[in-house]
Design a protein around this ligand. Sequence first.
Ligand code: PHE
Length: 378
Amino acid sequence: MRKRFLILAVLLTLVILPACGGSGNEEALKIAILAPLSGDVATFGESTRDGALLAIKERNAAGGVLGRQIETTVEDSQCSAEAAVSAGNKVIDQDGVSYIIGEVCSSASIPLSEIVEAKGVFQISPTSTNPSVTINEDGSTKSAVFRACFIDPFQGTVAAKFAQEQLGAKTAAVLLDQGNDYVRGLAEFFKEAFEAGGGEVVVWETYTGEDQDFSAILTKVKAANPDLLYLPDYYSTVNLIGAQAKEKGIEAIMMGGDGWDSPDLDTSAVEGGYFTNHYSADDPRPEVQNFVATYKEEYGATPDALATLAYDAANILMDGMEEAGNDDPMAVAKAIEGMTFDVVSGSIAYDEHHNPVKSAAILQVENGKISFIDSIAP
Ligand code: PHE
């Protein structure tokens, strides 16, 4: 009788103990990655997914977060407001996700942040640079929305100063897609800074996201003959405008923002141009060079800024979870507010609007290659 009881007790222990929380058996923590994997800016999504997945893979191999493995869901949110909102609702309501890395594009991240706030979920955008991603319309900071990148008032100012001080630009033409939060914002911040520095914006023309033929507005640029042509759009549109501008014989130096960063940027269309960016793979810091080597080994390609910032965003989130000590998105947000992070793109701490304070890189397209020119601190 006693012996039977003992066997039963041993059996029960074997079955029950591991089920209620011995280390490796706890439920996985879920993180969703929302990025544009199709459409005009698909390279943005591919890099973002690959960078984030690499960070998570490394963390899982080292034992996970809070002793639990991370499980990922990847959604194609298409750089669009509608797709990002429906992907956000899906991962939160159906998959039970409380942590989102994404989106890439500001006009997708802003509406996504609104449902994230309403549902008490955590979001970190690796690369959305428009100020409204982390702040509400009344200027207050969203409780659990962060980013891993600088913001466009800084990026626009860095571009304007560089154009004036290093390129000697006195006049500029600015072409923008009025319907895109990122493009419109960056255009406005650039204009403000360029004028504050004594420059003159001689052409300010808008187009829509569907436009393919820019000859009408480029004719105005040609007539005004500015020193600089500022194109704060994504690479796919910049490829079109740049090629058509060169065809028209426009000689202004072209300049743009982080949206130019893509292996599919048509370097001949923007030859001689400059753009501001988050990082350069040529940065000699060991953190950068080690990451470039690991990423190359994993994917056979050099990481662009999107891959790097997605890797950083995933690490910021996972460090925050570890620091919070529990799986509560609001506690993770509070923890991150007080931390500093040594990530690949630099050493960062958050300001009161959940924006990291960090430098921008200036890159040049020269003889078909992209080279690192300078790094500008805030
Ligand atoms: N900053 C862009 C946005 O806010 C996204 C982007 C970041 C694109 C980095 C390319 C490189 O929409």
